[in-house]
Design a protein around this ligand. Structure first.
Ligand SMILES: Nc1ncnc2c1ncn2[C@@H]1O[C@H](COP(=O)(O)OP(=O)(O)OP(=O)(O)O)[C@@H](O)[C@H]1O
Ligand SMILES: [Mg+2]
Length: 415
């Protein structure tokens, strides 16, 4: 019997959930287990409870045919059935050892409020590394600004929900995932679904090798079978560009099932219970309705249906953005405010489709860094180069008719 801390878990809630799921008899046991494991993840329990156990539990519930939450006796026999023994609270987060790329660490649940600038009281998986973290764990951004959207992402991560983050370019989708990984010590595997991505890159391919005169075949794993069996975050970046044949490959994985490598004699690659799969894209998978993201495809309903949450990112509010810009680049606040007010007007024009060139924090930071660099070396105040920076970073990148309009706005703001 496994020792599991379940003082955070509300047993009735878990059992009820499984009963609820069991009402949908057209679901497979794996789907029921997936649903139940989502709950268990919230309560920091899933490391000791396998999906198989949960599937058995769900099946057991289904055949007893009880429509309501089980009584205490039933619950105890359930927990006995799946091998859970209650453990006192002080053992919460004792952790399990992990080793990734030769680095040793301890995987344990901690509360989000103890890691991020937030009041969220939810347990999330973290790894504390004994010495050095593996290279796949990103660096912390000390200037990262926690937003309400970030809360939604953290909650989705705590629940292990496969999530689709979407929003205009530079709204902070990738930054949010990087920051979660950096602060939680989790390895990040980023898979870019650009037009170059092939099935062989994703799943793997068989290669013929010359072994002492005889030809032997060897299966070379793609990025998915290398990433999925490990704790961490798999970011499917620009997933709205995915081709239908690759989307099909992803579907089983997005259901939480094992990845079957047909090219390697049907070998099954399990998905680690703490491997969180998250997608980022400019569109929500329904095609490009603004005409800005050429190549973004309309994805099939079946594919999108496998995502449990869709989280929309928006540009930061201008005053917050100005404070961030000042903290990060040290450009004087009154200049940061001017740039961010310009950004605000630019984005408003963008949302009215009067300009089709997006404008993000990336450009703001580039302008501010340029101004500070020149000012440091010339001794002149950074204000002097504002319009030059504006031209080089944004205005020159726009079609002529947009440039005239936006240069007018920059002048009005006395940039
Ligand atoms: N909350 C935040 N706090 C601090 N910096 C942020 C925040 N959100 C975004 N940024 C910064 O804004 C820039 C753009 O963010 P990011 O690359 O994450 O955008 P994106 O939504 O992934 O864009 P794309 O769709 O082009 O991939 C980065 O430099 C990032 O560090
Ligand atoms: Mg990105």
């Amino acid at each position: 019997m496994n020792d599991v801390d379940n003082t955070l878990m509300e047993p009735v809630a878990v059992a009820s959930l499984i009963i609820e799921a069991s009402k949908h008899v057209n679901k497979t046991w794996q789907e029921l287990a997936e649903l139940a494991s989502g709950w268990l993840i919230i309560h920091g329990l899933e490391t000791q409870v396998s999906k198989q156990d949960l599937a058995s539990l769900a099946a057991c519930m289904m055949f007893t045919g009880k429509p309501e939450a089980p009584d205490a006796g039933d619950r105890d026999s359930f927990f006995e059935f799946i091998g859970i023994k209650r453990k006192p609270r002080e053992d919460l987060g004792a952790g399990v050892s992990v080793e990734i790329d030769g680095c040793k660490g301890t995987l344990r649940y901690r509360l989000a409020k103890d890691i991020f600038d937030t009041t969220l009281h939810i347990p999330i998986p973290t790894i504390e590394w004994a010495e050095q973290a593996p290279h796949s764990v990103p660096q912390i951004n000390p200037f990262y600004e926690v937003t309400s959207t970030f809360h939604d992402v953290l909650t989705a991560m705590a629940m292990g929900f496969r999530s689709w983050l979407f929003g205009h370019t530079g709204t902070g989708k990738t930054a949010a995932i990087r920051e979660i990984c950096a602060r939680c010590g989790l390895p990040l595997v980023r898979i870019n679904f650009d037009s170059e991505m092939t099935r062989a890159d994703l799943v793997g391919k068989t290669e013929l090798l010359n072994d002492g005169g005889t030809t032997v075949s060897r299966f070379i794993e793609g990025v998915l079978p290398r990433a999925l069996p490990h704790v961490g975050v798999v970011l499917l970046d620009e997933l709205d560009f995915i081709r239908p044949d690759l989307a099909y490959v992803m579907q089983a994985v997005l259901e939480g099932d094992e990845l079957v490598l047909t090219g390697d004699n049907g070998r099954c690659v399990p998905v680690h219970p703490q491997c969180w799969i998250v997608a980022a894209a400019n569109t929500c998978g329904q095609g490009d309705d603004v005409g800005l993201y050429r190549g973004a495809r309309e994805q099939s309903a079946a594919f999108l249906n496998r995502f449990q949450t869709f989280i929309e990112f928006e540009y930061m509010e201008w005053a917050k953005e100005a404070a961030l810009l000042e903290r990060e680049t040290r450009l004087p606040m009154h200049l940061c405010e001017k740039l961010c007010l310009y950004a605000k007007e630019h984005r408003e024009a963008f949302s009215r489709r009067e300009v089709l060139t997006p404008f993000s924090y990336r450009q703001l930071a580039t302008m501010a860094n340029r101004l500070m660099f020149l000012s440091r070396h010339s001794g002149e105040p950074p204000k002097d180069g504002m319009m030059d920076a504006m031209e080089l970073v944004i205005l020159n990148a726009m079609p002529a008719y947009e440039r005239v309009k936006m240069a007018g706005i920059a002048q009005r703001l006395s940039i």
